[in-house]
Design a binder for this molecule. Structure first.
Ligand code: PGA
Ligand code: ZN
Length: 420
């Protein structure tokens, strides 16, 4: 099939939702198909993530991506010319080899991922298939449960909450669109509640509200009140998920200091704090309860909370080698999947397969700085991931993913599966 061979690849700088430069790649095939993909960027990054190449010059306060773009337009274009866009594993391995480093620091994971995803989209278009169908085949049918981040804290907001994400999980409805309705109604109810209480309705990076509150308990109470106001029963119709993002709290000695309230805690104290939160509120999932280096704390906590979903984000960084350590030591029971933490689509699909084979749940995820690219929605359906976290049901770059899932659901019609 000569027609789906790559003719040219063009990189360009665009902007993410925080107004920071990011990378977009367009792949032009010999058959005339052209597809583009862009990459997101995190604020609370894990230390073991693949390398995001930034220019570190005066322009854009050091956040420019000219070098990464240049790598697309020169080396990556050259080595991939005439390769088949549908040979994803080969495309990705050529880029990995050309980079030659363990963390993609020579060419930049942002440059490599943009090309990797654009190739997949171009191949799918060549086969006249939606991306989820091309990647997942006829078995791709499960619409993910959305984890909607309706209250922001931590590094994503300027308020006084130390926990980064308070998410609602509408998992028990019979369709994705019905679950979206619940999420959107609760988001609206929360806005009204905040207004009534004369609290700020300004939003954080992921579109959730970011008011100053007495403490995290108050945040959880507000969410439960909002759910009730919208006509849903917390613990029955909707549940709560937290992303602690506690790597941001950790010091070198293995202790934790909550940056905003200033409180210091050992990992045992933190563990008791989470037990108290889960006793008092219908929390079904906790992400990064301990830092990326605290394997032992993860192991103990996972053993103690068998029925809780414990998600490794900074802990696993979408990396098969790190997930294997987790599997061998029973650390966490779910993995957050962020393609830009590892840098290619092939490696992303590999780590998802490894997780699923070993009984780990998979949550496909956006980044706090994101673009209108909605590939993660297609990936979530392609691999029947079961869960997606892509922010509040608000702001264009978050809604792009939810709207894509709504379109996929209507496309699948009777074949769509939700919440089973
Ligand atoms: P980030 O945060 O995209 O800012 O790294 C998201 C997360 O921690 O899950
Ligand atoms: Zn996280």
């Amino acid at each position: 099939m000569t027609e789906c061979r790559i003719k040219r690849i063009v990189g360009r700088q665009i902007f993410d939702s925080r107004g920071t430069p990011t990378v977009e790649a367009s792949v032009l095939l010999k058959n005339g198909v052209m597809s583009s993909a862009s990459v997101p960027s995190g604020a609370s990054k894990g230390m073991y993530e693949a390398f995001e190449m930034r220019d570190e010059e005066r322009e854009f306060y050091g956040k420019g991506v000219k070098r990464a773009i240049n790598n697309i337009n020169t080396e990556l274009s050259r080595i991939l010319e005439s390769k088949r866009a549908d040979d994803q594993a080969l495309i990705d391995s050529i880029m990995i080899e050309a980079d030659g480093t363990a963390n993609k620091s020579a060419l930049g994971a942002n440059a490599i991922l943009a090309v990797s995803l654009a190739c997949a989209k171009a191949a799918a278009t060549s086969y006249k298939m939606p991306l989820y169908r091309y990647l997942g085949g006829v078995g791709a049918r499960v619409l993910p449960t959305p984890m909607m981040n309706i209250l922001n804290g931590g590094a994503h907001a300027d308020n006084n909450l130390d926990i980064q994400e308070f998410m609602i999980v509408p998992s028990v409805f019979d369709s994705f669109s019905r679950a979206m309705r619940a999420g959107a109604e609760i988001y609206m109810a929360l806005k009204n509640l905040l207004k009534e209480k004369k609290l700020s309705i300004a939003v954080g990076d992921e579109g959730g509200f970011a008011p100053n509150l007495e403490n995290e308990y108050k945040a959880l109470e507000l969410i439960c009140d909002a759910a009730q106001k919208a006509g849903y029963t917390p613990g029955k119709d909707v549940f709560i998920a937290l992303d602690i993002a506690s790597s941001e709290w950790a010091d070198e000695k293995g202790n934790y200091k909550l940056p905003k309230c200033g409180k210091k805690m050992t990992c045992e104290e933190l563990s008791l704090y989470y037990s108290d939160l889960t006793d008092k509120f219908p929390i079904v999932s906790i992400e990064d309860p301990f830092s990326e280096n605290d394997w032992k704390a993860f192991e103990r906590f996972t053993k103690k909370h068998a029925s809780l979903q414990i998600v490794g984000d900074d802990l696993f960084v979408t990396n098969s080698e790190r997930l294997k350590i987790g599997i061998d030591n029973s650390c966490a029971n779910a993995i957050l999947i962020k393609p830009n933490q590892i840098g290619t689509l092939t490696e992303t699909l590999d780590v998802i397969r490894l997780a699923q084979k070993n009984g780990y749940k998979t949550v496909i995820s956006h980044r706090s700085g994101d673009t209108e690219d909605s590939s993660i929605a297609d990936i979530a359906v392609a691999v029947n991931a079961g869960q997606i976290k892509t922010g509040a049901p608000a702001r264009g770059e978050r809604i792009a993913k939810y709207n894509r899932l709504l379109r996929i659901e209507s496309n699948l019609g009777m074949s769509a599966i939700y919440g089973k």
